[in-house]
Structure formats: structure tokens, C-alpha cells
Design a protein around this ligand. Structure first.
Ligand SMILES: Cc1ncc(COP(=O)(O)O)c(C=O)c1O
Length: 404
């Protein structure tokens, strides 16, 4: 272990709250698919800052946009008009409405996935109060992940996240993903009238990459429409081409009422949003919701540059070409039992409980990996990942699995 890393570990252990069990490596530089540590070792990045680095580390066009904006005006608040906010909203609205052939979406900019989801939950409660006889419950899925604030933690359908932070925020309930009978039983049951919205990730990321089934989502969407229940898609991890389309809901022939966006949108600069269509978006009135940092010029400049790179550098086509190749290679690894996902978002189950050990061992062979459980690895590479990158990773990972 290098001196620099030891020094940083000492500093953090003295002065930082111990909420993460970090891997023993310090990254100091990035470019494209690569990260370098403080000893100059070169890593292929298979987690991309948890899906954040979309067009590659330090993409020159994003860096230039950030540098230019940083030297001009970084932030002036939402109290005033600034140049880039409306432009970014228009771009994202266009991507959200791409499959519908329109851009009738409106956005609110936030700073993180959790904050975007908080906004979506507030909007659902407001809508339910106004238009569904006071309904305020947000029905969520078991095994979901929606963030770490109190309300988004409660929306997260995993009890282990709740128990230390009681009392719980009221107004949340859970059904298993892909179980249409459970969904119907809930909305037809005694608590059904209290449901304002159903919130889901089309592919549950944090809990191990569990995709929604198309028939289930279509039926759920139709039932929501019929009953006046809002459908919220949390696209924090799945959005911005991660799954091979601008947003993952676009694979399923449905249109949600509210969509939340974050990780990949600005290639590393914190930026997030929630979006809604038509009258739902218009339910929020001046003074009802706000943020100091959200929609800063710096975040908007980074996001606009990132979206432009996505459009001009064939990101969607790359994800759709490399994604299936990655899946096929993962499925062929020793001890692989199941692959789940879409595009460049994959979970790999092994028949051995060695995933955390592989993450650790990856450091020694230049792989930045991620485990979501004892036998599950999650792959969220930058969307510029090539087949050659896949081959290099697979060769190194196969050797690690065989040795483990
Ligand atoms: C689907 C989903 N929603 C929300 C969040 C929370 O985002 P943030 O950590 O930016 O608050 C995450 C983070 O991993 C996520 O994967």
C-alpha cells in the first residue's frame, strides 16, 4: 500500500464518519474507460462512479464546457433566469418524449437521485390530494432502491435500510415486482383508494439488477391509468442510454407520469431532475418546491455537453452493440449462473459467495468492480465501453474467479 493511500486512510478514519467500507485504492486521474491510482496503476472502470460517468472519464468536451462555465458564471440561483437551464430542460423533455413523438414534459432540476425522488414523491402527494380524493400513499416495490433521505429510504422496499432510522415516514407501501396479482390485490384492497402513485425502477439496480417484465409493466401502467394512479419511473440509474434507449421505460411501450433522472446526465458533475407531463407538472405552483443548488449553470453546462456527446458520438448505438456482447461474455465465465439486465447494466450471479472478494482482488489486476451481494457482481461501465474492453475485463475476471 502506497504512502499517499495510507495518509488518506488515516485522515478519513479520524475526520470522516465511517459510513462506507471503501476498497483500499485511491484514484487520482481518469480518462475514458480508465482510472489511475496514486501509484500509477491503470484500471478499467466497470462501475463508473455507480453509473455516473456516462461518456467516459474527463471527456474533453465536457471538461471544456465545465471550464468555460466555471470561468463565466457557476451559479446565480433559481431566483433569476440563467442561460442554460431552459435549454437543458428542452433537451431532456425531447428525450423523454422521443417514443411518443412529442416533448410535453416539464422538468425540475435537483442535485441527486434522492432529491429528485423526493420531488417526485411530493408531486404525487400533491396530485393525490388534489385529484384522487386525498390519496397520498406511494406504492413501491420490494427490493427497490430510491435513495437515503427519510422519504426515499421509506420508498426503498428493503427493511434493512429502515430499521435504524425509525419512526418511519408514513405513506409508503410495498408489493413484489413482477407479481401482477399482488399489485391488483393492493389497489383493489382496503388501502387501494389511498394510493396516489406507484413507483418503480424498470430495472432494480442497487439490489442486484432485477428487470421488470414487459407484460407486468404494461398491465400495471394500464391499471394506473384506469384508476388515476400516477406511475413514477425512477430512472436515476437506468436513464440516459444506460439500457440502450434514452430512458428504460421506453423499452416497454408505456409512458409514466413522472420520471426521475440523475446519475449519467452530467458525466460526473452532480445534476438531477424530476419530470412530469401535462397537468401533473402544472400542479406544482410557485413556492411549493425549491432548491438552492439545483439547475446551477455549472451542472447545466456539464449536462448539455454530456447530452451533445451522447448524440454526436453514437452512444446509443454503442450501448446496443456492446451490451449483448458483454452479457454473452459474462454468461460464459466460470461459475456464472445467471445474467440479468439490459444495455450496459448487468448483474451476474455466481454459484459461489465470492463477489466481495472479487472486487478486492480486482484491485490487484486493474479492475474496478462492484458487488451488490455475496454472489452478485454489478456491471455499469461508461457507455463508451468497447468490445475490446469487455475482452480484457473478462480475461482478468475469469482468472480471478478460477483462483478464488
Ligand atoms: C434507482 C436509484 N434511485 C435513487 C438513487 C439515489 O441517488 P443518489 O445517491 O444520487 O441520491 C439511486 C442511487 O444509487 C438509485 O440507483
Amino acid at each position: 500500500m502506497g504512502e499517499q493511500l495510507k495518509e488518506m486512510m488515516d485522515l478519513e478514519s479520524q475526520y470522516m464518519m465511517h459510513t462506507y467500507g471503501r476498497a483500499p485504492v485511491q484514484f487520482v486521474r481518469g480518462e475514458g474507460m480508465h482510472l489511475w491510482d496514486d501509484e500509477g496503476r491503470d484500471f478499467l472502470d466497470w462501475i463508473a462512479g455507480i453509473g455516473v460517468i456516462s461518456v467516459g472519464h474527463c471527456h474533453p468536451k465536457v471538461v471544456a464546457a465545465v471550464q468555460e462555465q466555471a470561468g463565466t458564471l457557476m451559479h446565480a440561483s433559481n431566483l433569476f433566469y440563467t442561460q442554460k437551464r431552459g435549454e437543458l430542460a428542452k433537451k431532456l423533455a425531447g428525450l423523454l418524449g422521443r417514443e411518443q413523438g412529442n416533448d410535453a414534459w416539464k422538468l425540475f432540476f435537483a442535485n441527486s437521485g434522492a432529491e429528485a425522488n423526493e420531488g417526485a414523491i411530493k408531486l404525487a402527494r400533491l396530485w393525490g390530494r388534489l385529484h384522487r380524493d386525498g390519496a397520498t400513499t406511494v406504492l413501491c416495490t420490494i427490493r427497490s432502491f430510491h435513495g437515503r433521505t427519510l422519504a426515499t429510504l421509506q420508498a426503498t422496499g428493503q427493511e434493512r435500510f429502515h430499521k435504524d432510522f425509525l419512526p418511519s415516514v408514513p405513506g409508503f407501501a410495498y408489493v413484489p415486482l413482477n407479481d401482477i396479482e399482488a399489485f391488483k390485490a393492493y389497489i383493489d384492497g382496503p388501502d387501494g383508494p389511498s394510493v396516489a402513485a406507484f413507483m418503480l425502477e424498470c430495472i432494480q439496480g442497487e439490489s442486484g439488477v432485477w428487470p421488470v417484465e414487459e407484460a407486468y409493466l404494461q398491465e400495471v401502467a394500464a391499471l394506473c391509468k384506469e384508476r388515476g394512479i400516477l406511475l413514477i419511473c425512477d430512472e436515476v440509474q437506468t436513464g440516459l442510454y444506460r439500457t440502450g434507449k434514452p430512458f428504460s421505460f421506453q423499452h416497454y411501450g408505456i409512458v409514466p407520469d413522472i420520471v426521475t433522472i440523475a446519475t449519467g446526465v452530467a458525466d460526473g458533475v452532480p445534476a438531477a431532475a424530476f419530470a412530469a407531463t401535462g397537468p401533473v407538472a402544472d400542479a406544482l405552483k410557485p413556492g411549493m418546491h425549491g432548491t438552492t443548488f439545483g439547475g446551477s449553470l455549472l451542472a447545466c453546462a456539464a449536462a448539455l455537453a454530456t447530452l451533445e456527446v451522447m448524440e454526436t458520438e453514437g452512444i446509443e448505438a454503442n450501448v446496443n452493440e456492446v451490451g449483448p456482447y458483454l452479457q454473452q461474455k459474462l454468461a460464459g465465465l466460470p461459475h456464472a449462473v445467471e445474467t440479468r439486465g439490459k444495455g450496459l447494466m448487468w448483474g451476474l450471479d455466481l454459484d459461489l459467495e465470492i463477489a466481495p472478494q472479487l472486487v478486492n482482488d480486482g484491485i490487484g489486476v486493474g479492475l474496478a468492480l462492484n458487488a451488490t451481494g455475496p454472489h452478485t457482481l454489478r456491471f455499469l461501465p461508461p457507455l463508451i465501453c468497447s468490445k475490446d474492453d469487455v475482452d480484457v475485463m473478462i480475461e482478468r475476471l475469469a482468472a480471478l474467479i478460477t483462483k478464488a
